[in-house]
Structures are given as structure tokens and as C-alpha cells.
Design a protein around this ligand. Structure first.
Ligand SMILES: NC(=O)c1ccc[n+]([C@@H]2O[C@H](COP(=O)([O-])OP(=O)(O)OC[C@H]3O[C@@H](n4cnc5c(N)ncnc54)[C@H](O)[C@@H]3O)[C@@H](O)[C@H]2O)c1
Ligand SMILES: [Zn+2]
Length: 359
């Protein structure tokens, strides 16, 4: 089992990564001297894994209650949040209670936000069950739900007390969701860690087969990379922006397609655009374009994207320097393992590249 510490000032927390890590949840919750544990999950995850978690807690003498929301992004609303808060109230979760967020990024964001606002903040443990949540959303303390028109518009920074990533739970994850997460994993490699890039290239078979032996060092390394920037920049003013590699065009594609594309897929598309922009601006060698393409392709990324046009994506790319959103600071790669923050890209370069990738 790998263990990474997220050194946020004042309240560092552990991230456990490995096969069988789920068994550590009861011990962690007991060590927190929790009065009770409220497991928040979704109905799909509940079917496979909620029994193991709540059974483990009960077996360790912790009162455990379970609430399952509908699966998918539609659960990230104020309405569903209200029901989760009602559940916490009905279950008599007091200030010593602990919320256990058992699920993908959707449940993590929703349950984490419920923990942030219930009684002005109770402790919570992230138990990510998607590969995306393990390498990204469960670490860093960003929680929230969507506004009527604004993705993640309502939320809070609220750090978990611990994160437990059991690689065994990935066995029930849909292939599409599994592969999409490699959009984020390749992002870490290209933007921050060339050795991780080489490890992905060398370990493709094991990773595609979901081998825990192959996954553990990769997931732990992604967590370590995210932990490093989160500790340096909890609220995303500076260094944390490196994590947005591929996200400028990725977010535009997501928004243009009404969030029909899996996030990791959209990010993979955004990285295809960003590396081409960098090459065209003379910031990276052309060989990086083909190396990144090959790595993404190995995970079938970006794969079939929801029908959308280059124009629709371009319309959603923020670009006007004087717009209220402020100037766009692109994250662009220089070589495998090193991206830089803060580039301005001429709109015609963005347009040319996006048009070359989409009809
Ligand atoms: N907070 C952050 O820093 C951050 C970062 C990235 C993404 N996010 C958010 O994460 C969300 C996406 O997360 P996601 O990709 O994990 O999607 P998700 O949580 O919606 O899960 C995808 C699907 O997989 C199912 N599932 C989850 N675990 C499973 C398992 N082990 N076995 C079988 N089925 C399983 C779910 O029921 C769901 O249908 C988005 O809302 C995004 O905004 C947050
Ligand atoms: Zn992302």
C-alpha cells in the first residue's frame, strides 16, 4: 500500500492507495473518535461497495448510516444537496460525526460540500471509486455542486481528513469511465513528470488490464503531484494552475457539448489542442505532439466525442483579454514532463488548431 501526505498548512492528511485499502476506513474513522459515520454514495456504487464499507464500520463499533443519490452529474445540484443535508440531520450526525464520501468525483464533490456546510463543517473521508476521483478530484479539497448555469458554481474549499483509494473497487467500473481517467493521468505526465510518461508507455498492458501492481505506483504518483501543488497553493492562485493543462479547450468542449463528454475525454482533446498550439508557437518540439498523441491513443483517447463543431468549441473558449473573466493564461507544454503557465495565445492560432481537430 502506498501512502502520500497532503501537506496543507495546519491539517495535513493521508492518502492511502492500494488493493484492499477499503479495510482501513473503519480504523481511520475510529481513530477520528467519530460519534457516527454517514456514508454518502450513489446507487450504482452502493450496489457493489456500500455494504463492505458500512459493514466494516459497524464491525468496528462505529454507528454507520448510508444514503445513496442518483448516479451521475445530475446529482450535483442544490436539490440533491438538500436531501443529503436532511439525511445528515435525520441521522443525528453531530459535530463529532464523519461523512464518508464513497463514489466518483460527483459523490466526492457533493458529499464533501455537504460536510463543509453541515453544522458549519464536519470532518469527511474521501473514498474515491473511479480512477478519475483517485488521481484528481478526491485530493485538494474542492467541493461543490453546479449552479443553474454554472458548472461547479456553488462550493467551498474543504479538505478531507483522509483519502482511501482501494484499487480493487475499480473492477466494477465501466471501461469508458476507466479509460477516460487516463486523460488526467497523461496530463500529469506531460505537464509535470516525464518519468511518469515513460512509465505509462512501458506499462500499458498492465494498466489497461487494471492490474493493481501496475496502477498503484501510477495513482500514487499522480496523487503526489497533485498534493505538491495543492499544499503550495490551496486556493488555486498560482502553482495549482499547472493542473489546468488541457483544460482551456477541454472545458470549452464540455460546455459546448452540454457536458455530454466524460471530463477525462474532454481534457484529452484539450491537450491535443494545447500541444499543437505550443508546437505552432515554437514552444515545444513537433515530436511531443506525436508522443502525446500516441500515449492518448493507447487509452483510446480522446475517442468518440459528442457531436459538436469547431465553431461551437471556439465560441466557448474564453479569449478576450479585457473580458470580465480576465485574461486567459494558457498552460502549454515545453517537453515531456514540463508545462508552463501564463501564455497568451493569438485567437487565430487557437482557431486554426481547433479547426484542424474538429469538423
Ligand atoms: N473536486 C475536484 O477537484 C474535481 C476534479 C475533477 C473532476 N471533478 C468532478 O468530478 C465529477 C466527475 O467524476 P467521475 O468521473 O468520477 O464521475 P462519477 O462520479 O459521475 O462516476 C461515473 C460513473 O461511474 C459510476 N461508478 C463510480 N464508481 C464505480 C465503481 N467502482 N464501480 C461501478 N461504477 C462506478 C458512477 O455511479 C457513475 O455512474 C464531475 O462532477 C467533476 O466536476 C472534481
Ligand atoms: Zn480535470
Amino acid at each position: 500500500m502506498a501512502r502520500v501526505t497532503v501537506e496543507v498548512p495546519g491539517r495535513p492528511y493521508p492518502v492511502l492507495v492500494g488493493r484492499g485499502a477499503l479495510q482501513e476506513v473503519p480504523r481511520l474513522v475510529r481513530e477520528m473518535r467519530a460519534s457516527a459515520a454517514a456514508v454518502v454514495t450513489d446507487t450504482t456504487v452502493a450496489e457493489h461497495w456500500a455494504g463492505a464499507v458500512s459493514g466494516g464500520l459497524t464491525g468496528a463499533g462505529v454507528r454507520a448510516v448510508v444514503h445513496a443519490v442518483e448516479p451521475g452529474e445530475q446529482a450535483k445540484t442544490l436539490r440533491v444537496l438538500g436531501r443529503v443535508l436532511d439525511f445528515l440531520e435525520d441521522s443525528a450526525i453531530d459535530r463529532q460525526g464523519v461523512v464518508v464520501a464513497l463514489g466518483g468525483g460527483t459523490v466526492g464533490d457533493l458529499a464533501g460540500f455537504a460536510a463543509a456546510v453541515w453544522l458549519r463543517g464536519v470532518r469527511y473521508v474521501q473514498v474515491p471509486t473511479t480512477l478519475l476521483a483517485m488521481v484528481d478530484s478526491s485530493v485538494g479539497g474542492k467541493t461543490g455542486v453546479n449552479g443553474a448555469r454554472t458548472k461547479n458554481g456553488i462550493g467551498a474549499f474543504w479538505q478531507p481528513a483522509a483519502v482511501v483509494a482501494d484499487l480493487a473497487v475499480l473492477s466494477t467500473l465501466a471501461e469508458d469511465d476507466y479509460r477516460a481517467a487516463f486523460g488526467e493521468i497523461v496530463k500529469y505526465a506531460v505537464a509535470m513528470d516525464g518519468d511518469l510518461g515513460a512509465r505509462l508507455e512501458a506499462g500499458l498492458d498492465g494498466l489497461l488490464a487494471r492490474s493493481s501492481t501496475a496502477l498503484e505506483p501510477v495513482v500514487a504518483r499522480c496523487v503526489e503531484l497533485k498534493a505538491g501543488v495543492v499544499a503550495a497553493d490551496e486556493r488555486e492562485g498560482g502553482p495549482r494552475q499547472i493542473l489546468n493543462y488541457g483544460h482551456t479547450v477541454g472545458h470549452a468542449l464540455e460546455s459546448a457539448s452540454g457536458y455530454a463528454a466524460a471530463h477525462g475525454r474532454a481534457v484529452a482533446f484539450g491537450m491535443e489542442a494545447a500541444v499543437r498550439i505550443a508546437a505552432e508557437m515554437g514552444l515545444c518540439p513537433a515530436s511531443l505532439v506525436s508522443r502525446q498523441d500516441a500515449l492518448l491513443e493507447a487509452f483510446a483517447l480522446p475517442g468518440a466525442l459528442p457531436v459538436t463543431s469547431a465553431d461551437a468549441v471556439l465560441a466557448a473558449v474564453p479569449r478576450d483579454k479585457k473580458s470580465r473573466a480576465g485574461s486567459v493564461r494558457w498552460v502549454l507544454p515545453r517537453e515531456m514532463g514540463r508545462a508552463q503557465v501564463g501564455f497568451e495565445v493569438p485567437p487565430d492560432v487557437v482557431a486554426g488548431v481547433v479547426r484542424s481537430l474538429l469538423p
